[in-house]
Design a protein around this ligand. Sequence first.
Ligand code: BES
Ligand code: ZN
Length: 835
Amino acid sequence: MDRLFSQFQPEHYDIQWDLRQAKSNRLIRGTATIRGQHLAAEPIRLHAKDLQIEETTVNSQAVKTSTDNDILTFDNTDNGPVQITIKFSLALTDAMHGIYPCYYEHQGQKRELYATQFESHHAREAFPCVDEPEAKATFAISILSNEPVVLSNMPVVSQRESSEGTLTTFEQTPRMSTYLAAFVAGDLQRATTAAKSGVEVNVYATPAQSADSLNWALQHAAQTIDFFNEYFGVPYPLPKSDHVALPDFSSGAMENWGLVTYRETALLADPATASVSTRQYIATVIAHELSHQWFGNLVTMKWWNNLWLNESFATLMEYLATNALHPDWRQWDEFANNEGVAALRRDSIDGVQPVQTDVSSPAEISALFDGAIVYAKGGRLLRMMQLWIGDEAFRAGLKQYFTRFKYSNTTGDDLWDCLSQASGKDVGALMNTWISQPGYPVVYASLDNGELTLRQEQFFTGPHQPSDRLWPIPLGANDQRLPEILKEREQCLSPAPDGLLLLNHQNASHFITCYDDTLRARILQAITDGILTPAQRAQYLNEQILLARGGLVASSTLVEALAAFQNESDQTVWEIIALAISDLKKFVDQDEAAEKLLRRLSGKLARRQFERLGWNKHPGEPESDSKLRAAIIDCMLYSEDAAAISTARQLYQNTPLAELSADLRPSIIGAAVRYSDQPAGIVSQLLEAYQATQSADLRSDIAAGVATTRDAEQLARLIGLLTNTDIIRSQDTVHWFVDLLRNRYGREAAWRWMRSQWSWIEQTFASDKSHDYFPRYAAMLLMTRQQLAEYREFFTPLRRDQSLVRAIDMGILDLEGKLDLIDRDKAAAIAALAK
Ligand code: BES
Ligand code: ZN
């Protein structure tokens, strides 16, 4: 597909939207005047999707247009500067992109507000434009409406009231891409402060939310702007920074310049009760979106193949900024646990996309936003580079990048050039291999005759084509005599180190290590002796999980490795222990006797910490303990410990939902549901609370708890609600679906639901970036050969959809790999559990 920017280059848009008939007629009218340069001899073309074009002029002359395939073609071939005016209208729909309504209830009344979501290619659903990131222009936006609060990227310049409604006019934006334009209009409450630099910072939410719940985000947003101002050495580029919590929102958050939008769970937190994870999540989402205000908004990728410039960088900055603001949160350990784990899992499946991937159509662009690759892996690669060149050179390079390219567009090489200049190292030579090759290596480390051999090979889980890919691997060895970078297939070192050998000891490179028996024994000893840091222990265990998945070590050794973690008290390590237990579940999924053995192991490992932590917060305890308590109690409940179950049930019975400890709430609700003798009653009660509460946080905890029911009738009831968007908002459907699939008792029915409701799913989620979550999560959670056959049969015909094909192909390999592994390792894994 050719780009429109090559023939028409917009310089300025004047856009007015008229929202006055939004509620009554589901209709929005608009006028757009576009100034730009027409470079080609062909007719002018603009993107326009589902817009009713009413009148068009070019240079004040009425001109005919035609629309085909979301492109509006003008019957005009004038070259040079042109001014186009278009009157149009559009129908408001619930799709959560373009201009869309959000619904909420306040004081018993159903109300709505209006918001926009334009990334990646939905600006064309709101106004005719060249909807490509390179087509930067200035925007003068105005909105005619009767809504009490109207926000856009820039501050308001004037508000004129008339009998017609209020016309709000905003200051002109700097040069920016169409996908970053935005507005929100409705009844909103505001909390306000200023960053040190004087930039105004506001948080908005509907009046249905408690006023307190805006404050955590407000303080955090202001501090994060201060941090980036200092860290980047380039000031926040706009006069204000708004953050709006929207009741209906398809993704997590969106970095519209000056007007960041969020789903409610990603911004609002009741300071008295919010869990530690909720506060950490909000802090990282804010940091992510604020970092985009520079990286992405001020300087933007030329085209979507360089999307990683936006998202990988923002992922790194989530942790970098929050780590600076909350050193006690040990965000780099979290980085390894969240991004590292996700990237290593996804990136080991054959057919995975590289971080930098060529795309042309909107469907391909949607499929690009793979959180595990473009976010997690890319973020990890940038971290690897940052540590390689050092923070000082990293910051100097970034400053130069922002200064040189502000208000314009770049490719990866522009960034590498700035960083190379600042560091004196050839950054592109290291990074280009990593971003353009899919997958990652496993390094085999083995001792033989006093010699250490290191050998790299691509690491796979599941069926795969042979690969001879090589990477320049920053080894990060704890022993200085090892090379800094392993470039070749194989390298030997003599004499071999005789003590503990750790590769990637800061977990900053994207590879895993398969140690031979001798080296592995030394590491296990070091763990027992308490010599490794928590991050190293977590990393070691996570790599064992991966090696077991890839068939490079037997799954039974994972069971044995867990024994070294009996005394573990560190929260970040426990996150990985919990992952290891959950990874072993596949071997016992179809075998209740064997499952008892795994449950027993879970209880045995958690018992010590359970005794230390109990159910209640200790005065002054570190936040990591509050977080750990939740993981430990989950393990105890999984072990079916009678006392734990009974305490959970009592807590549920004696405490109003909103007063349960938020850290433990989903676990408590889950246990109360699973072990209730009146499943229908408790599910009804919870569904009522689900509908009554205005807290999205509580709603998501209720969903997670209820979906663990084992009662067939209740499961059928919940599955019946999935298409009822009056109860389950479409922003939450996938979460419910995944929770039900994860539940062994609900899996089959949820899987049947997905297939029988596919046309509803298509209607509701097609052209949304969550579309491919369905094949992706189904593959992750299905468990039998029969289901694999059904998966193939159902999804193979859907491969023609470009937004699904990769998820389907990888899904088949993912599921097949898991089933092969179950066949191969099940008996030995169960035997190891029985010991
Ligand atoms: N730019 C994205 C959001 C986005 C991407 C919206 C593609 C529509 C299409 C935003 O910066 C983002 O990455 N949001 C994340 C949350 C973040 C904290 C990881 C999301 O929505 O998942
Ligand atoms: Zn982002």
